[in-house]
Design a protein around this ligand. Structure first.
Ligand code: ATP
Length: 370
């Protein structure tokens, strides 16, 4: 993930209480958000949560029903799309099929009335940056999916926008190429210093690309943070569940001290001791989220009475780099545990129907009150 330091003194995009209605339907619901210069900011959410609508309002293709959008301190309300310092790369890439790569990239610049020499220099530079120089004369149908994606990127970047909006930029690529292209995008962004706002429904993509992620649900931004913040400290069940896989247990808060909390979790047959506090009413019903990779699985019983439970291995899925175990507790509850496959020797591995102990560190659970 691109966890570089963001200069928070340079707020670049400011979205102030923006709502967008289509008739009675609220597609974007009172969103406020700042995006800083040089960020790769990912809007992440499921289908229909409003992320494309928000992107289209930044581009100027839709107007907010209420609220304001400022770019570099300027209210965009009366600025049409073509006058905004913004360019958009569409999911479909929208390349002109009958034009060569070179002409596709040059098209936008020609509309700006630059001289022929300027256009051809800038196109050549840009094709060089996206490593497409040797394909300049090909037509889009003579390119691979990844190469077409780079043409679309070149076409959007050649106009030197200050902000590039990308709608599912890697959606059309297969998994392997997507991974490779993610790193290329990060490199390119760092070299050019353009601010990227990326819409994606793919959490892995957001985790890899983003300096910060805004998680959206039903038109609202429900959490904003770095990939690490969002993964390690989700602020709600929705976010915990949406990003990565997680075990969520119902419980009751029985102790709430500044440095720790205790939760009674009948499903887990133990009390959960958490070394970071939350603020909630005593006896409140809460959820406890524990990531599968943070649970230790052993044959012998670890010491202690808390953060410890027992079960029987019911399923094992070998995934290559790791194995996923489903362990059935006495309460009947299934718990997901992942173990990295660092050992080549399989004889020590825990197998089906073995009785195991599950334990976790006090810093691992996250207590969620909503
Ligand atoms: P996806 O990942 O599926 O593209 P999204 O999060 O980008 O989803 P949006 O395209 O922003 O979602 O749409 C949000 C909601 O607003 C959807 O329920 C959609 O049907 C609705 N919507 C979008 N554009 C319009 C429109 N022009 N008129 C009416 N409803 C619209």
């Amino acid at each position: 993930m691109a966890e570089k330091t963001i200069d928070r003194s340079q707020e670049y995009v400011r979205i102030e209480s923006v709502t967008k209605r289509f008739g009675d339907f609220v597609a974007v619901d009172n969103v406020s958000l700042n995006i800083y210069k040089g960020e790769i900011f990912c809007l992440l959410g499921g289908s229909g949560c409003g992320k494309t609508t928000l992107l289209r309002m930044l581009a100027g293709f839709e107007a907010p029903t209420s609220g304001r959008i400022l770019i570099d301190g300027q209210d965009m309300a009366s600025t049409p799309p073509y006058e905004r310092p913004v360019n958009m790369m569409f999911q479909s890439y929208a390349l002109f099929p009958h034009m060569s790569v070179e002409r596709n990239v040059a098209f936008g610049l020609e509309q700006e009335g630059l001289t022929k020499a300027e256009v051809s220099n800038r196109v050549a530079d840009m094709l060089d940056i996206v490593k497409l120089g040797e394909f300049a004369r090909r037509k889009p149908h003579q390119l691979s999916g990844g190469q077409r994606q780079r043409v679309a990127l070149a076409r959007a970047l050649v106009k030197r926008p200050k902000i590039l909006l990308l709608d599912e930029p890697l959606g059309a690529l297969d998994k392997k190429l997507r991974e490779h292209t993610q790193f290329e995008l990060i490199n390119l962004q760092e070299r050019l210093g353009v601010t990227f706002v990326v819409v994606t429904h793919d959490q892995e993509e957001a985790m890899t690309l983003a300096t910060r992620i805004g998680v959206m649900n039903k038109g609202q931004i429900v959490q904003v943070g770095t990939p690490t913040d969002i993964y390690e400290f989700p602020n709600s069940r929705f976010v915990a569940d949406f990003i990565g896989s997680v075990n969520i247990f119902e419980g009751q808060l029985i102790e709430d001290e500044p440095g720790h909390v205790r939760i009674r979790c009948p499903e887990l047959d133990t009390t959960v001791f958490v070394s970071h506090g939350i603020s909630s009413a005593p006896d409140a019903k809460v959820s406890v989220a524990i990531r599968p990779e943070k649970i230790e699985m052993t044959r012998g019983a670890p010491e202690g009475a808390e953060n410890l439970t027992r079960g029987i291995v019911k399923e094992i899925a070998y995934m290559g780099d790791m194995s996923v175990y489903l362990v059935k507790l006495d309460s009947g509850r299934m718990v997901r545990v992942t173990i990295p496959n660092v050992e080549r020797h399989a004889d020590e591995r825990i197998v089906w129907d073995e009785a195991v102990h599950l334990s976790w560190h006090a810093s691992s659970p996250v207590v969620l009150s909503q």
